[in-house]
Design a protein around this ligand. Structure first.
Ligand SMILES: Cc1cc2nc3c(=O)[nH]c(=O)nc-3n(C[C@H](O)[C@H](O)[C@H](O)COP(=O)(O)OP(=O)(O)OC[C@H]3O[C@@H](n4cnc5c(N)ncnc54)[C@H](O)[C@@H]3O)c2cc1C
Length: 387
């Protein structure tokens, strides 16, 4: 086993690390995140200038290329400062470049990949419904009905992040009710967010505030045939191979948060004093720091293991579930310890620990809850389905 990053990847990581320190320092990220009513377009534009929207997109479509390992390194380095706002890059990368790149038609690739790579198209994921995200397939009420030259969508989605600024919504809807199994009869649509009948409303929430997560109502929204993604009625089979990628990306975001927490905690304990000593001299705080560093190392190993296997085209379903579980629990626990280490300043809006805590709290819930992830791991060990 080779635990070292290849030279090209190491150079890429170091370049991004420096870029983040110069262009997206934590102070700036903190202000952007807190500005609840304003999407951080300035951050999006910086990603555009740096070419990050093109990472993972083939050069023939104006992208930068880059394998899953590079995407993971970028995700980690961005989250070290940006926390959950790293999704500003990640959502379009996942809903846009990955979806169109993996299962778009040639015409869809030619039209949309250059727009995504050049930062001219933002995408959002419109899957979860108000009646439930975990049992999405069982509770889905959004339907699309075939009409002349297209489909008409009716229904409601919830928590579609960045939908209020998106150009396109990656929406899943039931297109056939006469099916044996609930994962059959579903279709993916690449909906123009300006379509008449699409109503998007941001919802107040705990973290990643300026990113905006939205209710999206589809009221007789017409979508042309050319905006169907992949084969109609087979959306679930299309999506399954991309889920591991999403979990690896979440693992990388969580690791970036742990990096940020450790950096800030170490800096603080070396200068803050109590009882005439720096607080870093107290054994219990040293233990907290040691715990965070151990979470960082174990998450990093699991992340690299999954990304390397995925890059080789091996099946990482169970490992990606384990990564998502451990990375999100570790990131949220590390941020919690970080708050404790900083005391009152950890709770203050003037430092980043509270932001790391709020942002990483989501990753224990989404894109899939850790309870559901554990169900998957248990089933992979031969245990019967529990639900
Ligand atoms: C800030 C934020 C951003 C999001 N962004 C997006 C987005 O961009 N696009 C999108 O489509 N969705 C998004 N989501 C939705 C997210 O994926 C869902 O919240 C998540 O899948 C959980 O669904 P739910 O909230 O309906 O919880 P529920 O499904 O109602 O679950 C409630 C509880 O029941 C538990 N539970 C349910 N079934 C089982 C079971 N079988 N075994 C054990 N426990 C179970 C769950 O683990 C959880 O603890 C976002 C959510 C949030 C909060």
């Amino acid at each position: 086993m080779d635990f070292d990053l290849p030279e090209e990847h190491r150079a890429f990581r170091d370049m991004i690390h420096r870029w983040v320190d110069n262009e997206c320092p934590k102070d700036w990220a903190r202000k952007l995140e807190a500005d609840e009513d304003n999407y951080p377009f300035a951050l999006w534009d910086k990603f555009t200038e740096a070419g990050f929207h093109g990472i993972g997109i083939d050069e023939k479509y104006g992208g930068q290329g880059g394998d899953v390992l590079m995407q993971m390194l970028l995700a980690r380095e961005l989250a070290r400062s940006l926390g959950g706002l790293a999704w500003i890059w990640g959502i379009t990368s996942f809903a846009g470049s990955k979806s169109i790149g993996l299962y778009g038609t040639q015409a869809q690739k030619d039209k949309y990949l250059p727009l995504i790579a050049s930062g001219q198209l933002k995408a959002a994921i419109s899957f979860t419904e108000p009646a439930g995200g975990t049992d999405l397939l069982g509770t889905m009420t959004t339907t699309a009905t075939k009409v002349d030259s297209g489909w008409v969508i009716n229904g409601e989605k919830i928590w579609s992040s960045s939908a209020h600024v998106a150009d396109r919504l990656l929406c899943i809807a039931r297109t056939d009710k006469n099916v044996e199994k609930k994962h059959q009869g579903l279709t993916l649509f690449w909906v123009d967010a300006k379509t008449p009948g699409v109503k998007i409303t941001p919802l107040p929430k705990l973290g990643m505030r300026s990113m905006g997560s939205c209710s999206v109502v589809y009221d007789n929204a017409f979508v042309a045939d050319e905006d169907v993604l992949a084969e109609p009625n087979r959306a679930w089979y299309t999506l399954l191979p991309t889920l591991n990628n999403e979990r690896i990306m979440v693992g990388a975001f969580c690791l970036g948060v742990i990096d940020g927490v450790l950096e800030d905690a170490l800096a603080y304990v070396k200068q803050r004093k109590a009882f005439g000593k720096i607080i870093g001299q107290f054994q219990i705080l040293q233990h907290y720091i040691a715990d965070i560093a151990t979470m960082q190392a174990s998450t990093e190993l699991m992340l690299h293991f999954c990304a390397a296997k995925q890059a080789k085209g091996e099946n990482v379903g169970t490992e990606a579930n384990m990564l998502k579980l451990m990375a999100s629990e570790n990131a949220n626990h590390a941020a919690d310890l970080g708050i404790q280490i900083l005391g009152g300043m950890g709770y203050s809006a003037e430092t980043d620990m509270q932001r790391y805590w709020r942002d990483s709290r989501l990753w224990r819930i989404g894109p899939i809850t850790n309870e559901m992830v554990k169900n998957g791991i248990a089933e992979s060990l031969g245990l019967p389905r529990s639900f």
